[in-house]
Design a protein around this ligand. Structure first.
Ligand SMILES: C[S@@+](CC[C@H](N)C(=O)[O-])C[C@H]1O[C@@H](n2cnc3c(N)ncnc32)[C@H](O)[C@@H]1O
Length: 220
């Protein structure tokens, strides 16, 4: 079972989300600098909205979606506080969309998944549905970027092996163009205090963990 919206809501309502670091993930910032973001952009599982906000501020046409109404409310407040009123957020369940005849979101040239794919670590059916939704929402030839926590090191959160990415994004629908080690930054809250107890926060209060960064093209 994947987690219900109420579970995610509580992380935002009680400010216990360990992934909220007050800005975008450095790996996503670097992706943009390297020229890998183009056209209409989707930020699925947008959370606090940092990637949608940062990319909108740079002039991209971005939509952030999240299963959790509290996340969307948080992201909208965050965008207002950062003075990026053009940042757009909607509530949408990327798993349920696979089973629905409708596609209210449209299609996208670039999809930037930061820490959503790994959420489906223990739920193969939800993971397969999520990948089906991604395929439907990504234009042929478009790109999906996945930043996911890695099990290569001890850390926090749901950590996956590279083979889960390789197995999920195979031909004929997808081609993995790049799959490399990177870092994901979080903060220690009560949610991960036990798991991350040995990590020392940096000057900005962030802790870092091993991650995968995959660049995947929709080919069919
Ligand atoms: C670990 S957080 C990552 C948030 C953000 N992308 C980041 O990197 O800071 C995962 C987010 O995905 C959302 N989420 C979980 N299941 C989802 C689903 N089926 N569809 C859309 N969003 C989902 C959660 O509400 C949560 O905000």
């Amino acid at each position: 079972m994947t987690q219900a919206p109420e579970v995610w809501n509580s992380a935002y309502d009680n400010d216990t989300a360990p992934w909220i670091i007050g800005g975008p993930q450095p790996a996503i910032v670097e992706l943009e600098r390297a020229g890998h973001i183009r056209g209409r952009v989707l930020d699925p599982g947008a959370g606090a909205g940092e990637h949608t906000i940062a990319l909108t501020a740079l002039g991209y046409d971005v939509l952030g979606v999240d299963l959790s109404p509290s996340a969307v409310a948080y992201a909208r407040r965050n965008a207002a506080a950062k003075n990026v009123p053009g940042a757009r957020f909607e509530v949408a369940d990327m798993v349920a969309l696979a089973r629905s005849g409708d596609n209210p979101l449209g299609t996208f040239d670039t999809i930037v998944d930061s820490a959503l794919f790994h959420v489906f670590l223990a739920d193969a059916a939800a993971r397969a549905d999520y990948v089906r939704t991604l395929h439907r929402l990504c234009v042929p030839g478009g790109h999906l970027h996945v930043l996911a926590l890695s099990n290569a090191e001890e850390g926090f959160g749901p950590r996956i092996g590279a083979e889960m990415i390789r197995d999920s994004f195979t031909a004929p629908g997808w081609a993995i163009e790049d799959l490399r080690s990177d870092r994901y930054y979080g903060r220690i809250t009560e949610t991960i205090a036990e798991q991350a107890g040995d990590l020392t926060p940096d000057a900005a209060g962030r802790v870092e963990a091993a991650a995968w960064l995959a660049r995947i093209r929709r080919i069919g």
